[in-house]
Write a protein that binds this ligand. Structure first.
Ligand SMILES: Cc1ncc(COP(=O)(O)O)c(C=O)c1O
Length: 385
């Protein structure tokens, strides 16, 4: 058994990032500036989209995307119940209602069939989440949205480098939101990005991320800038620093490399678990190329004498860190006031009891991967029915 605890995730930071960040620290310009502009330009090119606007979190990206489409108090936005709270909490910022929808049992993504049933006259938008980096069925969601005149904002916090039917996530829907939180495919410490092909929305987001003040406001302290500015709207303070953007530029260069490493880990896990009936590896739609942000196993509880919680505890005893993505939001106290009943979302309830996210990140060694496999197999052997 391994002696040292294997964290569930670790960022992959090298001298390149440290030197890029130091350069900004020594430059005299720390907040949003030319380095952020470069990060945005590089990101847009990488994704293949017209506009990319950087912000200081994935949550801010979602908030500003909803602001750009003009969400209003009393309206509704459809979100999966199986997601992180950020996806739904941003809807509440507007006095709007997050309308939860159940997930699919195989991909854990929002179920398009159930989206249709959740639409009312008040529905303004749908926020599908690409769980673990596997794209939702976007064509189907866009078809529903078009029919009902709704906007689609993809929560792609897990989906940097995911492809759907050969198309890069970030280029397809009205707006797409990425996160650069330290657990994600690339990190800026804290950060996020909105991508869109709509100039009007991109400009609005750029203004609203910095207090709603006019376009060139970030530049007002430099020689070429002007002290004069206009506050066009009451906005927010969501602009990223050039420090974090410098980190982002270096991380983005390695995005493909990180993906390749994660893909190798997926192949090792798939090979190791394929003949085990007690656990099931991830199901992948034939048209998807997941970013493999997560590797989620599903326990076949009928074949085991322990629960998911106990399985996690056993992994921890063997020094393997794990996580669960996610605790369904309808079970969380914060969302009780919307009146959902536990049994309104039977699929999410069921899969929530079965899922464990195993470590998958570029800094893992072959030994780490073997240790995870060994631990999973040993627990299964010990507790098989
Ligand atoms: C699905 C999902 N959406 C949104 C977010 C929010 O991103 P951030 O932590 O950058 O605000 C997360 C993050 O951690 C997430 O997992």
């Amino acid at each position: 058994m391994r002696k040292k605890f294997l964290p569930f995730t670790l960022p992959d930071i090298t001298k390149k990032e440290i030197s890029a960040v130091s350069k900004v620290l020594k430059s005299g310009w720390l907040t949003t500036g030319l380095v952020t502009q470069k990060f945005e330009k590089n990101f847009a090119k990488f994704i293949g989209v017209k506009y990319a606007v950087a912000v200081n979190s994935g949550t801010a990206a979602l908030h500003l995307a909803l602001d750009a489409i003009g969400l209003k108090s009393g309206e509704e936005v459809i979100v999966p119940t199986l997601t992180f709270t950020a996806t739904a909490e941003v809807v509440t910022y507007f006095g709007a209602k997050p309308v939860f929808v159940d997930c699919r049992e195989d991909t854990f993504n929002i179920d398009p069939v159930k989206i249709e049933k959740a639409i009312t006259k008040k529905t303004k938008a749908i926020i599908p989440v690409h769980i673990g980096g596997q794209a939702c069925n976007i064509d189907e969601i866009l078809k529903i949205a078009k029919k009902q005149n709704l906007k689609v904002i993809e929560d792609a916090a897990h989906a940097l480098l995911s492809k759907y039917k050969g198309r890069m996530i970030g280029t397809i829907s009205d707006l797409t939101c990425f996160s650069f939180y330290p657990t994600k495919s690339i990190t800026t410490g804290e950060g996020g990005m909105v991508t869109t092909n709509n100039k009007k929305w991109a400009e609005k987001i750029e203004i609203m991320r910095l207090h709603g003040i006019s376009h060139e406001a970030w530049n007002r302290y430099s020689k070429g800038g002007s002290w004069y500015y206009q506050v066009l709207y009451p906005g927010w303070k969501y602009n990223p620093t050039d420090i974090s953007s410098a980190l982002g530029i270096e991380q983005l260069k390695k995005c493909n490399l990180f993906y390749k490493k994660r893909k190798e880990i997926v192949e090792s896990y798939n090979r190791a678990f394929k003949d085990m009936e007690e656990i099931q590896g991830p199901y992948v739609e034939p048209y998807n190329q997941p970013a493999w942000h997560l590797y989620i196993i599903k326990l076949n509880l009928d074949k085991l004498t322990i629960s998911r919680d106990k399985f996690i505890e056993e992994l921890r005893k063997r020094n393997i860190g794990t996580s669960v993505h996610f605790i369904p939001l309808h079970l969380q106290p914060a969302y009780k006031k919307y009146g959902y009943k536990v049994n309104d979302f039977p699929v999410a309830n069921k899969v929530f009891q079965q899922i464990i996210s195993l470590p998958i990140y570029s800094k893992m060694t072959d030994r780490d991967v073997k240790d995870v496999i060994w631990a999973v197999k040993e627990i299964v052997k010990k507790y098989k029915r």
